[in-house]
Design a protein around this ligand. Sequence first.
Ligand code: G16
Length: 512
Amino acid sequence: MLPVKEIQERSDRHPKPSDIKFQYGTAGFRTLGKTLDSVLFRVGKLDGKTIGVMVTASHNPEPDNGVKLVDPRGEMLESSWEAHATALANAPSSVAFVAVVDELVRATKIDLSIPARVVYARDTRPTGPQLVAALKDGLEAIKAEYRDAGVTTTPVLHYLVRTINTKGTKDSYGEDTEEGYLTKISDAFKKLLAGKPPPPPLLIDCANGVGALMAERFKAYLGDIFAINVVNADLHTPGVLNNSCGADFVKVNQKLPPSITLQPGQRACSLDGDADRLMYYYADEHGQFHMLDGDKITTLVASYIVELVKASGLDEQIKVGVIQTAYANGSSTKYLSGRLPVKCVPTGVKHLHHAAEQYDIGVYFEANGHGTALTNLRNIIDVINQTVGDALSDAFLVEAVLAHKSFSGVEWDSMYCDLPNRLVKVVVSDRNAFKTEDAERRLVSPLGLQVKVDELMRKYGGGRSFVRPSGTEDVVRVYAEAATRAEADELAFRVAGLVYDEAGGDPSQRPK
Ligand code: G16
């Protein structure tokens, strides 16, 4: 039996704002933190196995917040649950909310005699504590068993969910603690580096977010084998999170955070606000910045894995594949397609991860640095978080592969040459008017807009552009690449102009 009265009474303390329709986006619910109280009260209601709730808005500005839901295997919530989560979040009143819960219990045959189990965590955003309190109230209302994992990274929460659910089974993934996570990854990294010269110290930009806590903790576990230098680790000054630093800043602006200076030849990387994205870069001999994004990481890791598989004589038995999105640089797709199967799926780790599972070894990275490799190859398996992209574990993987290949940033970068590209955000009145097909590479609505984008693309040699609504910010994104930097910029801004005109915006705000 549902404790209806209790749920209703408590739900009344967390009313849904009547003027907001919550949308389950690319990575869960995400909007201004101060409007999310009712959403937090209402999430986290599955049965039996433990699920995870991460309170974070990742790369978004500090005032935003959000929820990422983690399924019992430690992966992103199964798409079929998104509709249920959306219905729960949007029920207009506590009475309607109870009705939706009741319907959900019936439709999905939830056994109410088994208590729901939830492990939750939050990043360092100022709205986190209040949203966690709303979540706890919701969990108590349905008499769920819960565990507070405190302030930690998204990948650690994914790890905890997988370890809790596999504890004592043949699939056991490790100890269900932060120490278990740190030990598992650092031990595997040390084994991979055995007999190799230690990599040069790595500067890690933590976006002034929770990744700084974990990066600091890793130091003790890495011992003398690998030195890391943690920067942008200010967790107290208001407004600094993801501000002019972090993986998204580097990828979008294609430059170093102003707070960082690199010596010629130095390698460094940036995480995002919840440490599930990784962006590498290095300074060449003239001190010039070069970005090594998710596509470069895919290429490095996938090529290394293919070499390992071949060297072990297993290439007939083991199928290796790469998953990308429309944002993948055309040169990376060309380079990889000549060597192994490459598949394109819509933006969002939830799509990439599931496609990667179709291979014996699936390597996926979004260009923006979200990714991992799903593999059973001995030695490298444990350094990689198998549940979700994990910036710190990915950085260790990169360093191990570079050590094995005796590569510096320069050799890695020269595997292929990026096509110049540009990403532009367009603010429109209704991003839901923009609908896509073909793994987000083509627009189906607004009607006729794709034809205009095609016409523009044809004017640029090697030009490629696409338009898609963001699932994490209230904007439409435009990506363009072309043979030269000037042409890539021009194509991006001309397509952004088309989008803006179509959406009927104020001419003074038109992108230029
Ligand atoms: C989330 C998703 C990523 C996606 C990114 C941007 O990242 O997990 O898969 O690439 O949003 O999505 P969109 O272009 O739809 O806004 P994060 O790091 O913000 O959680």
